[in-house]
Design a protein around this ligand. Structure first.
Ligand code: AMP
Length: 180
């Protein structure tokens, strides 16, 4: 008896739906554009299902998404798990009392902020973003959540750029769906 092939090779399908854009937003950067994947509802659903599996694997009780593309995946993952979603936003966007963290970019620094909701203390938070590159943004997100006494349960990404070594900067479990 022959075993039927899987209905869909999702990693290959996702990869085919990620567009490489050389020299964007600046010379030397190979930008991984996820908008073609957003155009394909089945592939998007499968990606969010897979990210939700990663969240279940670390028993996440809250999902945090990193502005802005982390929201595209973080909210559906939180919905699938039936847990709260928390936006980690760029500086100056959140209206309430907030905690903030600074981190180094290639040139200069950036900030991420989160509302100081006391209910997040002790929660197991999964951090979601589209791309893990150098890991600076995700590492800052872990620090930000720890300021609020939340537990960083793990990080999940659609894409991981292996050569940039971001995983090595994170002291939590890391999951990614497509690697380059
Ligand atoms: P990093 O802090 O270096 O891990 O960068 C992560 C952030 O920058 C993520 O929010 C990504 O959306 C974005 N990013 C970094 N490199 C790329 C890339 N090559 N293509 C698309 N987005 C990227």
């Amino acid at each position: 008896m022959t075993v039927p092939p899987p209905l869909e090779d999702w990693p290959a399908r996702w990869r085919a739906l990620i567009r490489d854009v050389p020299d964007f937003p600046e010379a030397g950067i190979l930008f991984r554009d996820i908008t073609p994947l957003l155009w394909d509802p089945r592939a998007l659903r499968a990606a969010n299902d897979a990210l939700a599996e990663a969240a279940r694997a670390v028993d996440a009780t809250v999902v945090a998404g990193i502005e802005a593309r982390g929201f595209l995946f973080g909210v559906p993952v939180a919905e699938r798990l039936g847990v709260p979603f928390v936006p980690l936003r760029k500086a100056g966007k959140l209206p309430g009392g907030r905690a903030s963290v600074s981190y180094a970019l290639e040139y200069g620094t950036a900030q991420l902020e989160v509302h100081r909701d006391p209910a997040i203390a002790g929660q197991r938070v999964l951090i979601v973003d589209d791309v893990l590159a150098t890991g600076g943004t995700a590492e800052a997100s872990v620090r930000l959540l720890r300021q609020l006494d939340a537990e960083a349960a793990g990080c999940a990404f659609l894409i991981e750029l292996i050569d940039l070594g971001g995983r090595g900067r994170l002291d939590v479990p890391v999951a990614s769906l497509v690697t380059y």
